[in-house]
Ligand binder design. Sequence first.
Ligand code: AMP
Length: 215
Amino acid sequence: MRFMLIGPPGGGKGTQAKKLSARYQIPQISTGDILRDAVSHGTDLGKEAKKYLDKGELVPDNVMLDLIAETLGSDKCEDGFILDGFPRTIPQAEGLDTILDNLDMHLDYVIALRVEDEVIVKRLTSRRVCKNCGAIYNLLNNPPENSGVCDKCGGKLVQRDDDQPETIKNRLEIFREQTQPLLEYYRNKGLLNEVNGAQDIQSVWEDVKAIVEPS
Ligand code: AMP
């Protein structure tokens, strides 16, 4: 199965993508994680991406499309994948159509998580991620058992650099201007499913599961 998750920053894409990945045994393709990893390893991609990530701006479409073409064409995506954070612009969505055509693939489900700005700001400022395994926590509604330590691997929990208030504002504006039009794009293709992402994690998951496995 091939999924795409669309939603604002802090909308819960990463959390739901991990659940889909575990249930259907397909990889989560988080472009944000790939870019952050490239930055921390100081690769050419990382050097190019860093200036955009630090400001909460989008990495240029051509860079993202090259990255996605290579990833989706690799063996690990043969049996399906979950796109988390890609596409984020109409040119990326159009480029993805071409990439999928060339690979003789198609998307099965586009799932959009709807969440209001006030909820997002609250979530992002209280989000913590494990530096080691990438697990996501929230100090308000999904805290770790021991403060600052990952339940899963014991790694250190940190705040993402781009989860600072000024950067969050910028990311939300970019989402509204550049990413929101994708909803119409995929609605017109008959692929769009919308879920209320402001609910608690388990309720969102029940709604996501019901799209794929209607009772
Ligand atoms: P995320 O973890 O999905 O919130 O992404 C973090 C940051 O990575 C974004 O603010 C962008 O700077 C960059 N990024 C991730 N995915 C994309 C994309 N599809 N297009 C452009 N930039 C991206």
